[in-house]
Design a protein around this ligand. Structure first.
Ligand SMILES: [Cu+2]
Length: 176
């Protein structure tokens, strides 16, 4: 019974051979999973990795505003429509409860995304592709991004962020 102390010297008992087999088996499985983790990162269609820098909501907001002013081509319901050229920096800002700006990108071009939140934890999720990142305020998430198909994509928030969470839907248009 667990309520009683184990008998003295129990830790000095030799490990039985079947127990040794199980320990070896577990070690082999753990090592195999460790190797798979690296392989899966390189070969599996996982979330791409990104680089994170620390920033502040104020600083990021200023950088985003300057970037949008440079590449702005219009406005949709008060949200700027931004068309950055290939290889440009692209700023995406999450706040309760919207994504800014509306992006117009070119298929096959490379972009350097900077994503941050102004207030709470939000989730940057591009639908219907498998991309999903947690976005905390105070950090600049930098990811290289190359749209591989044309069409209209939705940017969803994938972390519950309050009563307007379900309305937090952004737009990315990818042109041929
Ligand atoms: Cu949300």
């Amino acid at each position: 019974m667990a309520i009683l102390a184990p008998e003295k010297g129990w830790w000095q008992k030799k490990v039985a051979s079947d127990e040794k087999t199980w320990i070896m088996f577990a070690a082999v499985v753990a090592l195999a999973l460790f190797v798979l983790m690296v392989g899966w990162h390189l070969l599996g269609k996982q979330n791409p990795s990104y680089i994170v820098y620390s920033t502040s909501p104020d600083e990021f907001y200023k950088l985003a505003q300057a970037n949008w002013a440079k590449y702005k081509v219009g406005e949709e319901a008060g949200i700027p429509v931004v068309q950055p050229p290939p290889d440009a920096d692209v700023f995406v800002l999450a706040s309760t409860w919207k994504w800014e700006p509306v992006l117009v990108l070119k298929k096959g071009a490379n972009y350097k995304f900077h994503v941050s939140s102004m207030d709470l934890l939000h989730g940057f999720s591009i639908q219907p592709v498998n991309m999903n990142f947690a976005i905390h305020p105070g950090y600049d998430y930098v990811l290289t991004f190359k749209p591989t198909s044309a069409g209209d994509f939705r940017l969803m928030c994938n972390e519950y962020c309050g009563p307007g969470h379900h309305t937090m839907i952004g737009k990315i248009k990818v042109e041929d």
